[in-house]
Design a protein around this ligand. Structure first.
Ligand SMILES: *Cc1c(COP(=O)(O)O)cnc(C)c1O
Length: 396
């Protein structure tokens, strides 16, 4: 047994598993220093466009077998541009998972269309393809699908349903750059793929995003929409420069994250009280490797003496581990008048209550840290009743 388990959890005054707290992101990086220095010397930091923007566009397009990579100011802006590029507007419906990034719901509403919520699958808490067809109507003009928290949606199956009904797909790969789904890179399956370069994301320029597409018509519509005499949603030359070296490291870093996730899941075992994501619906004839912007688990309060999810997260944070509640389910935070739904959305409701996520930077550190994270979980389980009692008496 790990020696950590003999001590009290940090939330009860014990020594934190990581006294220095979670690692800061992005990590210090020589290649980034060079980009910054060079941008200063050339003056490119002050320019609208330059060689880096062009290179980044080409590299992203190549990587995703897209003809066009349109750089923009955020993943959220990219989703809006995608909807505009498909000409989606008032009277139209767009299908998305009831557990998803809130901005996706808001973007659909922003263009005047109606979000149609579909429940998520019980194994990986992403869009449940068994429920997709019953959500489709004459008004469906798009399917917006994300891959979240280590889960992947079978894009083979999704795109074959979408083709049958002639509905364009927007694949939101903001959390999984470089992930592979059924032999093909994430963000390359739909009519449009979306990337984010936000500050906390796996590829970061502080802000930024990209729209990927093979369709010249869609790209043209997006360019027309975003040009207002100048670009309304730009990514700067400096940001593009910062992303280039990260793109080179992406594959290696994804492999390290995967290896450490495997270790962590092994350390946790099957009855830690945290249910891991599984991707059972992917075609078994193909290779898939998820992305880990966040690693998700379904939290089981019963395994922690009824400790609430929030108190569990606070206990982990006290250990110096970046664990947080997941997204709110979209039907839980939006008025019933603002969306349509199919079915009861029970799994999404469960996610709303009990999903937790581990933020990614620690996954790039050491194998030993994975054992320490697992030990912290066990220690919190062991002391759960004491944590509850001290919370009741207002101490924790
Ligand atoms: C982060 C994120 C976005 C939005 O990206 P920003 O660059 O932060 O606007 C969209 N979808 C998903 C799934 C995300 O995780």
């Amino acid at each position: 047994m790990n020696s950590l388990l003999s001590e009290k959890p940090a939330i009860l005054g014990g020594v934190p598993a990581f006294p220095e707290g979670p690692p800061e992101w992005p990590f210090p990086d020589l290649a980034i220093n060079q980009v910054l220095q060079q941008a200063q010397q050339t003056g490119d930091w002050g320019r609208y466009h330059g060689p880096c923007s062009g290179q980044l566009q080409n590299k992203l397009a190549d990587l995703h077998q897209a003809e066009q990579a349109i750089l923009c100011s955020s993943g959220t802006a990219a989703v809006e541009l995608a909807l505009r590029g498909l000409g989606i507007g008032p009277g139209d419906e767009v299908i998305l998972a009831a557990y998803d990034f809130e901005g996706n719901f808001k973007n659909i509403a922003t263009v005047g269309a109606t979000p149609v919520l579909v429940d998520v699958a019980a194994d990986n808490f992403n869009l449940d393809l068994n429920l997709l067809e019953q959500a489709i109507t004459e008004s469906t003009k798009g399917i917006l699908v994300s891959h979240l928290h280590g889960g992947l949606v079978s894009m083979q199956r999704l795109t074959s349903i979408a083709k049958q009904y002639e509905i364009p797909v927007i694949e939101d790969a903001c959390q999984v750059p470089g992930a592979r789904i059924e032999d093909q890179i994430a963000g390359s399956w739909g009519e449009i793929g979306i990337l984010s370069f936000g500050g906390s994301k796996l590829l970061t320029a502080g802000r930024g995003g990209a729209v990927l597409t093979r369709s010249p018509q869609i790209a043209q519509r997006i360019r027309l929409y975003s040009h207002r005499g100048n670009e309304a949603y730009p990514l700067t030359e400096l940001q593009a420069g910062l992303l280039l070296p990260q793109l080179e490291m992406l594959e290696t870093r994804n492999q390290i994250r995967q290896k450490h996730v495997d270790t962590l899941l092994t350390q946790l075992g099957n009855d830690s009280g945290l249910i891991a994501f599984r991707n059972q619906q992917l075609s078994s004839q193909t290779v898939s490797t998820p992305g880990y912007y966040k690693l998700g688990f379904l939290y089981q309060p019963a395994a922690f003496s009824g400790l609430s999810r929030d108190l569990f997260c606070q206990s982990m944070q006290a250990e110096g581990i970046a664990v947080y509640p997941g997204f709110r389910a979209l039907h839980a935070i939006h008025s019933r008048r603002r969306y349509r739904k199919t079915g009861a959305l029970n799994v999404a409701t469960e996610c709303d209550h009990n999903l937790i996520v581990l933020h990614h930077p620690v996954l790039l550190t050491s194998e030993a840290n994975m054992a320490t994270i697992a030990a912290a979980v066990f220690r919190i389980a062991e002391f759960a009743e004491e944590i509850l009692n001290s919370a009741d008496s207002g101490q924790a």
